[in-house]
Design a protein around this ligand. Structure first.
Ligand code: G
Ligand code: G
Ligand code: MN
Ligand code: NA
Length: 253
């Protein structure tokens, strides 16, 4: 059948599962958080990565339901006995059009309370690849999250067009620098100049910076030299299921 119908079935069967990718502080040599990345677990055991279904799910609006399903699972896992060992901030991706809905924010806050989870442990990543529809609502809705201690990160920073305007009017505390820029470290590409500027800008503006898609020691070193210590990427760890994350943390101790 078509992908939309398959996604609907996948939702009914709870096949969308959270994977977790550690975020490392290279100054402390310690995991300080992680990003939740969705995977679609098919009947036959195959795992589908987001590229295969997120664009369609965004188009049909099914991404809203997928995100809610992920949030429920993540909160259950974090509030479980084992999950309480997971330190740091857990970041969840959400579409601008979902985050600008105050009813969604209130639902998240209520669900945190239900699970007795500290709101300071939760962060949302909002991409600048797709726009907000209504900046006034966005302000209100993100404001509600922030009042409760949930933080907001600007994802894919530098790749879209909304970035600077969002930073002016929305309570964003962190930039996630896209892999596209990290890939050019050590080359003469104009993107390394943009990367340098983003880092300086974020430091001037008092924003935290997380570098994404870091794959080698040279990149870690370059970033360290510029005061960027929060690193996410295959160099340290790939996205992994909850149980593997628990193992990972045990071994990292
Ligand atoms: O996990 P992977 O590296 O393949 O993710 C690819 C893209 O899919 C990323 O750009 C990420 O923003 C998006 N993505 C991954 N998980 C989620 C999710 O839970 N919700 C949304 N909206 N996007 C996601
Ligand atoms: O939310 P966002 O679109 O930024 O998601 C990050 C994407 O990048 C995810 O699909 C994740 O699996 C992927 N990713 C994370 N670290 C690395 C890395 O070091 N190398 C590559 N190629 N992809 C990565
Ligand atoms: Mn992200
Ligand atoms: Na990103």
């Amino acid at each position: 059948g078509n992908l939309r119908d398959m996604i609907q079935k996948g939702l009914k069967r709870n096949q969308f599962t959270p994977y977790y990718q550690p975020i490392i502080n290279t100054q402390l040599n310690k995991m300080v958080g992680c990003e939740v990345l969705v995977r679609w677990k098919l009947e036959n055991g195959d795992l589908l990565s987001p590229d295969h279904f997120v664009p369609t799910a965004e188009h049909t609006g099914q991404i809203f339901e997928i995100t809610e399903s992920l949030i429920r699972q993540v909160f259950c896992q974090l509030s479980s006995n084992k999950g309480r060992a997971i330190g740091g901030i857990v970041s969840i991706n959400a579409m601008p059009t979902q985050l600008e809905n105050p009813a969604f924010s209130q639902w998240v806050i209520d669900l945190l309370h239900t699970h007795q989870l500290d709101a300071k442990r939760l962060s949302f990543e909002v991409t600048e690849r797709t726009p907000f529809n209504n900046m006034e609502l966005a302000k209100q809705s993100l404001g509600l999250l922030c009042e409760h201690g949930i933080t907001i990160k600007l994802d894919d920073a530098g790749t879209g067009y909304g970035g600077f305007s969002y930073l002016q009017s929305l309570p964003i505390g962190c930039l996630k620098i896209d892999k596209m820029f990290i890939d050019t470290i050590g080359t003469e590409d104009i993107k390394t100049k943009i990367l340098e500027s983003i880092i300086l800008f974020a430091q001037h503006a008092g924003l935290k910076i997380i570098a994404e898609g870091v794959e080698n020691a040279q990149q870690v070193e370059y970033l360290k030299n510029r005061g960027v210590y929060l690193i996410q990427g295959y160099y340290f760890a790939q996205p992994m299921p909850f149980n593997a994350l628990l193992e990972y943390m045990k071994n990292a101790e």
